[in-house]
Each structure stands twice: as structure tokens, then as C-alpha cells.
Design a protein around this ligand. Sequence first.
Ligand SMILES: Cc1cc2nc3c(=O)[nH]c(=O)nc-3n(C[C@H](O)[C@H](O)[C@H](O)COP(=O)(O)OP(=O)(O)OC[C@H]3O[C@@H](n4cnc5c(N)ncnc54)[C@H](O)[C@@H]3O)c2cc1C
Length: 444
Amino acid sequence: MLSSAPTDTPDAPVIIIGAGMAGYSLARELRKLSPDLAITLISQDAADSYAKPTLSNAFAQNKAADSIANASAEQMAETLKLTVMNFYHVSQIDTANKTLTVHPVLASDKQQVLPYSRLVLATGANPRMLPNVSVDNARIFAVNHLDEYKKFQQKIQQCQATSDAPTRVAIIGAGLIGCEFANDLVSQTSQHAMAISVFDNADLPLSSQLPPQAGEALLTALTTAGVNFQLGVTIDSIDSSNPDTLTVTVKDRNGQLQAHEFDVILVAIGLVANTALAEQAGLAVAHLNAEQIAQVTHLPRTAQQGILVNQFLQTSVPDIYAIGDSANVMGSFMPYVMPLMNQARALAKTLSDQANDATAAPTAVSYPAMPVTIKTPSLPLVVLPVAAQYADSDINWQITPTEDGMVLAAFAHDNTDKLLGFVLTGKEAGKQRMTLSKQVDAWL
Ligand SMILES: Cc1cc2nc3c(=O)[nH]c(=O)nc-3n(C[C@H](O)[C@H](O)[C@H](O)COP(=O)(O)OP(=O)(O)OC[C@H]3O[C@@H](n4cnc5c(N)ncnc54)[C@H](O)[C@@H]3O)c2cc1C
């Protein structure tokens, strides 16, 4: 924890780095509470506002990538009375003088130094990469941004326009993003079908989030919809030397190699929190030791990554906060919309209160138990993960079939009255989402 007292810069703006859902949610909440506060939002992208979850169900809805953004940077600046610096990269934070070094993305020699009163890092996450595979955004993609999605959609449309054969798409990773895209692409209602294959080294899709019974049900539903799953395999190589075909070679558990040919590859093997700027400035990031991890009991067990913040979203450096996919709140990295909305509300209150009175007490983020809806229409899924204090061996799954799926309720072995989490499969079970969520203890 750095303890040097930073320079006082009360007249400088609140600066938010990042124009994703976290950055804009905070700007919106803060503007509601502080109509006159100076807020600057800096982003290295176009800073269009869009709902990122739309990216994995746009094909089935025949939604053009260009229509996904709901407001431009200019419209956001006007509506929320912000200074928006789009296409600006923040390259450095000087925590002692409370300044940022920024430059236009295409002109790294044109640096400016900007003072901040409070700084919020909403720098998001980047797709995790496969070793030795470069995402070229021409035939090999990893989609975590509207710009990447635009190129992905364009490529598929181009394949469809130039050949009557189904476009062959390989999705590497059968996690949330991989399964959502698989379901979306296979359901596209165009005259050209797509041939979708999903590769994963686990034996079932969504293996880290679903108990096996639900994983089996998802596998059956997506396979019936036309997705070809290749499970229990590792990617041995991806050969892009042939301009017409990409060759994915996989190895099964017996060491047998098998080659498959594709037109397009989507890498969906997870996210890496974007902590580079924070680390360079000396902010603590989550590399918790075993003892610290053992203390994270009341939040779901997650990957250990992100800029470490406390319950007030404060980083280890005074006047700097982190939210959204770049943040690790008290030992938990939850890259979803509901957590970032709760973070934005709490932090807006803190920043607004302290703009009026620097000594005002900060507001703690509150986390009700937050279920995640997985957009796989072939088998609608809702998952409410169990808090980390319960080991897998403590959990007793009670399964109740419904008309079109099941309710999988997680109880502690020693207390069958206490609901710890759940998985709901199918539309009928999904109706119980709210009722069941209310029965689970709040996380924070
Ligand atoms: C396909 C897909 C589907 C999803 N579906 C769901 C869903 O159904 N439900 C759900 O809850 N969640 C879903 N998610 C997750 C959810 O969308 C994310 O948690 C959320 O959008 C993250 O927002 P963010 O603002 O934290 O990050 P980002 O959207 O990654 O924004 C980060 C911003 O920071 C900027 N930036 C980074 N570094 C710098 C720098 N140095 N200088 C300037 N700017 C910088 C970037 O340009 C960007 O504007 C989905 C995600 C994906 C990819």
C-alpha cells in the first residue's frame, strides 16, 4: 500500500479511463448526483456507448454490427455533460502529482499531462490468447469489443457472399462466450448455414460454471441445434499459411492428433484483466497468497486477477479507484454487468459526496447474490455461483425437473434449508430466478 500523500488538486476533474459499460455507467450515475461536477472520460477507442452482451446474440437477431452502438461519443458527451477524449491512450499515471500522461492513439509524440482530482480505472479486460496463435482480426478473432466484433461479422458475411458452402467456424473454448457465440452462429436465419465446431479440453461445456447434469443438458441442446463439439482435446497448432483454409490440429487424451479445416476461428478462452497501467503506477493487483484467498469466503471463487480494490472500490493508492472488468473487488473478479452496475452506483455516491465535502465517508459497494444469464436460447441458463466458503464437497445438489429443463439447487450438506446458489436450465426454471436469488445471502 503506497502511503505518500498526493498533491491536492480539488479543481481538477474526476477522470474516468474507459468508455465501456463500467466507465459510462459511472459517468451516468455520477451525473445524476452531481449536475455540475467536471468529469472527463478518456478512451483509446471511439467511445461509442454499446451494450457488450449484444455481441453474442446479434447474428440470430440479424443485427448489423454497425447498429449495435446506441450513442456516439459526441452524444454521450452532450447528454451527460462530459469531456470525452476518444482515441486517446493513457500511457502513465503520476500518483504523487495526480496527473495522467495521454496521447492521441495515432500520435504518440503528442503527449499531454492532465491533472485529476479523483481517477477511476475502468480499463476492462483483454481476451486471453492461445500461445503461438496470433489473432489477426482477418481470419482469427477474439471478440471482447465492438470493433473486433465488426471485423468478425464482416468476415463471416464475406465468406457467405463468396461461397454457397456453409462457412466453417471453429470456436476455441466452450465457456460462456464460446457457447453463446456457438448458439448464436448456428441459429442465424440466413440462406447460408454455418458449420460450427467448438473445441475444449474439458469434457463438458461451461465446465467451470455448471454441475455435470446441466453441462450434459447444454451439450445435448447445442448438439441438437447443430453445433459440433470436440471435447477433451487440446489445441496442438493452428496453421494459417494457406490463404484459403485454416487448419486446427487437436490432440486428444491419448495423444492422437486430428486436423480440421476452417474459414474462421474465434478464440474464446477467457479474459485477462487490463492492469498494465495500474501496475506501472504501482497499484496493487490481485496476486493473492493462499492465506488471503482463504479469507475471501463470502464472494464466489473466481480467477485471481484485476486491480485490487476494497469495498469502497479504492485501489491501494489514494484517490484512485477501479471498477468493471479491470477490478478485483475484495478478492473477487466478476466480469459481468450486474457487479459493475452496483460498483458504479456506490462509487458515484462516494465521488459526489466527497466533491462536496472531502471528509465525507465513502459508500461501500453492496452485492446482492447476482445470477448470470447465459444467452444460449437452445437451452436458456441462469447461474448463481456459490460463495467460496463452501467447497464443492460441501454442496448437495438437489435436482427438480421442470417441463423443459431443471432446477439445480445447491444446499449445504448440513443445512438443507439454506440455498447457496443454483443453476436453472430451460425457460420454465428460469422463471424462478428472482424468487430463488432472494433466498441466497447477499455477497457483500
Ligand atoms: C460477447 C460478450 C457477451 C457478454 N454477455 C454478458 C451477459 O450476457 N451478461 C453479463 O453480465 N455480462 C456479459 N458480458 C460481460 C460484460 O459485457 C462486461 O463485464 C462489461 O461489458 C465490461 O465493461 P468494462 O467497461 O469493464 O470493460 P470494457 O468494455 O473492456 O471497456 C474498457 C475500456 O477501457 C478503455 N481503455 C483500456 N485501457 C486504456 C488506456 N490505457 N487508455 C485509454 N483507454 C483505455 C478501452 O478502450 C475501453 O473503452 C459479455 C461479454 C462479452 C465479450
